[in-house]
Ligand binder design. Sequence first.
Ligand SMILES: [Fe+2]
Length: 184
Amino acid sequence: MVHDYIKKEFSKQLDQISDENLRNKVVDVCVEALQIGNDGSGWLDMNFPFTLLIPDLEVSYADHVRIVTDLAIQSADLLSKQGIPIKRDLLIASAILHDVGKPLEYATNSKGNIGKSDTGNRLRHPVTGAGLAMKHSLPYEVVQNIYQHSWEGERGPKRTPEGEILHRCDFLHFGPLKLSREQK
Ligand SMILES: [Fe+2]
């Protein structure tokens, strides 16, 4: 059931992963994140806000993942035409999974409000997301791209080309959205 839900929510993006085995693993990781997130209570859907840093946000986790993945695909297509080699399947898998630690980072409190989970107070979503991807035997490049998509990627090993695109597309959605809300 949860598998079908994920496949429906991300159908347009998942369909662009040509490797069926990789596509199925991406779905499996999303399913487990929803099942074990919310401090173990699980989430019924992906309609919770994708960030806690923008107040009263109606843009959901699912919306954000779709927008970032679409931005990444469009960027990769443009860059490929300029002769930059892009591993498209790995980019799309990484983009769909970049925030897969967020269902673990957030939880609903007794008043029904969404905030940081106990897990989230210990581990940021890049770490839990990378851990889940490793558990499901995703390629190490995908694990790396998930771990490095935010500021964790500013230190240590260089990002992959796909990880660099993903990092910028993630903030391409977050940055203008946050600024537009601050100007209201
Ligand atoms: Fe993100």
